[in-house]
Each structure stands twice: as C-alpha cells, then as structure tokens.
Design a binder for this molecule. Sequence first.
Ligand SMILES: *Cc1c(COP(=O)(O)O)cnc(C)c1O
Length: 354
Amino acid sequence: MKKHNFYAGPSILSQYTIKNTADAILDFAGTGLSLMEVSHRGKEFVAVCDEARNLVKELLDVPATHDVIFLGGGASMQFCMIPYNLLKKKASYLDTGTWASKAIKEAKFFGEVEVVASSKEKNYTFIPKNYTVSGDSDYFHITTNNTIYGTQIHRIPQVDVPLVADMSSDIFSRPVDVSKYDAIYAGAQKNLAPSGVTIVIVRKDALNKAGRPIPTMLNYMTHVEKESMFNTPPVVPIFAALQTLKWYKDNGGIAAMQKKNEEKAAVLYDEIDRNRLFKGTAEPEDRSLMNVCFVMNDEYKELEPEFATFAAAAGMIGIKGHRSVGGFRASIYNAMPLDSVKALVQAMQDFENV
Ligand SMILES: *Cc1c(COP(=O)(O)O)cnc(C)c1O
C-alpha cells in the first residue's frame, strides 16, 4: 500500500533528492567512492557546496549584502548564535510557540529581551498583531511558521528595526524579501534535506558589531569567510540539500512552490471545515500552509484513537498531533504531492461515512 508521509520533521523529501543522494552514497560524482568517504575539501564536494550556496541565493533572490552559510547544530543552535552575534543591548521577540520561547530563553543570556506579544494564553492558536517594537532594539525576532501549533505569519511585520527569522518549517515555501532581514535561519529537516545542516542567511554588515568576544565556531564571520568550510561541514545533508534546491528550480522555483502549497492547504482545510467530525485548532486567518493541525469536534472526541487507526490503515503516516496540542497534524511541506493530501481527505470522508 502507498504510504503518505505527513511527519513534521524530519519529513518528506522529493524522490529526486532521495534517489540522487542514494546514488552518490554508492558512487559520488564518478569518483568511485562514496559521498560519505570523500574529503570535504576535494574539488567534487567544494563544487556541491558552491552550487548549493548559489542556488539558495538564486531561489530566494538573496541580495549581495547577504551571505549564505551551512552550519551544524540545528535551528536550536541558532537560538544562541543569533543573540551572540547580533544582540548588542536589547532585542525584541514575538512569542508564537515553543520554538519562539526557546529562542527567547537563549537571548536572555546576552542582553535585554523585550517580548512584544505572546499568544501563549490561548495555547498559541493565533499570531499576535497590533504590538509595538521598540525603535532601539537591535533586531525583531519572529518565527514565521509555528510547526507545533500550525500557525504562520502571513503578513511580515513592518517594523523600523531589522528582522531576524526562524524559518525552519517554511523556508522555500514562498518568496521572501531577504533585504528586510539581518538573519534568516532554518534547520534543513523540514523542507530541504535530512537533519544535520542548518541554512543561515546573514547580512554581512550586521556582523562583528555586538561588542563582545565570540568563540570562533559560534561567530558567523568565521563561516562566512571560510565559505562554510572552517571545519568539516555536514557533507551528506548538504549534498541532499543541493538535490532539493535543483528540484525546486526544475519545478518552477519558489513562486511555483507557493502556488502548490496554497492549493494543497486549501484542499485539506476545506475538508476540515466541511466534515462534521473535525475542526481546525488555529485561528483561520493564521493557519499554516505547512502544518495543518486539527482535532475531532467535542461530541466526537472519543473517536480520536479510532480515526488514528483508520487513517494508519489507509497509509497515512505521522498525523499524530504534537503532545502539546493533541489531535492530529498533517505536515504538507513542499515535497508533499497533492495526491497524498487528497488521500487524507478521502480517509476523513470515509471515516465520516462508516
Ligand atoms: C524543528 C524546528 C526547530 C528545531 O530544529 P532543530 O534543528 O531540531 O534544532 C526550531 N524552530 C522551528 C520553527 C522548527 O520547526
């Protein structure tokens, strides 16, 4: 039976990415060696890294003021690297979920943190609006997509200070005006590659200004200057990332991804709104196009385990909601085909009619 992969992360990758990476693990670029056993400084892998960097720049229209680096440590490492490098005195944060609050916790090690708004008291089911960001903040940190709660910032805030964004779960899902950001970061395992590499886009002018000594490995400038080769980068995840980036380009680029994502999300949210058994958990205007969170209506609540079993029998993998929300979460990242979303919708309808 066909499996439909709705895992939140690590999550679905294109077959193009998986196949080419598997091939390179057996024989990389005609070297007769595995991708896992070649020098990261060999010309074949340096070419992979260069091409991946250039494709990120091309697909996201990264201006010349910014650079792209590939780091280890996951998005969670960025929670401290961002303030280490960019927070001089004070930074502002928007608290939209578990990841945002973890970022806030780390920033407090480095200076004053202004939490401009939080949706915590409503279990992060909406994106706060109508807040003010202090003009003397070094940056304003947002989490553009809240993977656990299924909310997404659809209108990027207009503020007078540079933005910094955790885009781990929606990078490459829609175009972005990189010029507004001092930094963008994303762990690869939601929309790009296997876990192990984190993409960071930084504005070079913003670096070396925090006025504190920064250990070499945690200093963005180190990795900018050494083009992500200061130490051994995550070779296999970077190779896989390049395959996904090529696949994005071959499939019409990021605007085309956005169109596909809007279509997929509409199909699923329409069914959630129509089906008498289910309801969405996020405020409709803030619903994520990447992570669709839903529960069973109160009068059908006790059917949740039964639907979980029913859906699993129909090939739906990974739709259990995060423990802090409960219910269900279908992650429908770029690589998720519309047909799989339709298969889930069909399972929801079949369950309604049993
Ligand atoms: C998954 C995720 C993280 C954590 O990523 P790691 O690579 O595991 O550190 C952080 N932020 C967001 C928005 C995420 O979705």
